[in-house]
Design a protein around this ligand. Sequence first.
Ligand code: DLL
Length: 434
Amino acid sequence: MIEYWNPQIERMPVDELEKLQEQKLKNLVSYVYNHSPFYRKRFDAVGVKPEDITSLKDLTKLPFTYKKDLRDTYPTGMFCVPNKQLVRFHVSSGTTGKPTVVGYTMNDIKEWSKSLGRALTSIGVGRDDVLQVSYGYGLFTGGLGMHYGAEEVGATVLPISTGSTEKQLELMQDLGTTAIACTPSYLLYMSEVAKAEGLDFAKDTRLRVGILGAEPWTEEMRKRIEDATGIKAYDIFGTSELSGPLFTECRYQNGIHIWADQFLVEIIDPDTGEPLVDGERGELVITTLAKEALPLIRYRIGDYTVLNREPCKCGRTHPRIMRVSGRVDDMLIVRGINVFPGQVESVLMKIPEVGEHFMIIVDRINELDVMKVQIEMNDEAFSDKVNDIMALEKRVSESLKNVLNLSVKVELVEHGTLPRSMGKSKKVIDNRKL
Ligand code: DLL
């Protein structure tokens, strides 16, 4: 098994990496200024010229870009190449307004695959593996992104996409799947179906690795998944605007390596836009250093995370972002208290009797915010005795109150009643916004 996909780049001394970034940043700024009327206008508005950017320190002179910019210039107004140089579009639907369109040159696809090639190698996935790609294929970047990444390292791809869960399980056994890429919610659902069919992942399949992401999940959920399936569950991060799935943790499962020769990371205070020091939680901002069709300058990703530049045990010198704990706009404010769905998940998954599925429901009743959490009981712990149920509800509610500092009504619902998801799951219903 090989250790690094590109050892020279992945272990490059930090000062050399920074020199490389500096050179790429300077090239990028003049490239976008000369190829995209959008960026030229943006830079002119704040009086920045490409020659003003001479070192990495000058990055903060550049204006931010936002998802809204992509929508406002729909479909291709921010692109830096003519359409004939494009080889692919991906489209992210979004919940409101126009979708965002991302275009790729052939080189963009190659850089994307390279990034995933390094990531897959870092978790020990390569030529000996059968990778079942159970992210959606099509306009979503998960399926095709993983597909090209897996081919890059010579794995055998099973391009099954989402859905047909029984068939997923059948082919997993028949074709000897060793690694699966899907959302953590989908793997949970698959393991539930497997259990109902009497299938034991550890005994009846060769599955050993999960490449799970596209939605927030917690360390506690990782533990549940690893215990239930016997696999190693790795976190994978990316967004369609940056290309799609791009970065994973390495074997040490302690932060996601962001390839510094391709991307420049900052963490900022989402309210003031000021950069934060390493180790502080804030909003992730990324500048793409190697994209041609749709380069992004200081793009506000909208996710909360922490930057870690400490050397990693794996020998890779590229910085890590720690587990993405949710989106800036996913934060619920309930009676003035900030609540992240991930905090609720962490609390629930520490209580053995609570199953993996839950739903947060927020209402406004008589001008007062009321938060309710619906949970299912774990199969093993299942009880239909009213006393047991009430005691569990009380215990969960107390645990939530300890962490959130908020009274939460807990309601135990019947097994199988909460929605299961094959893609990104929805864990919050905020009736106040309806
Ligand atoms: O979800 C790309 C992707 C596909 C990533 C497959 C990983 C695996 P979008 O649909 O544009 O792209 O959604 C991007 O999803 O800004 C985060 O809010 C969230 N997200 C993605 N991965 C993670 C993760 C793809 N590992 C948005 N942890 C991002 C937490 C994640 N949130």
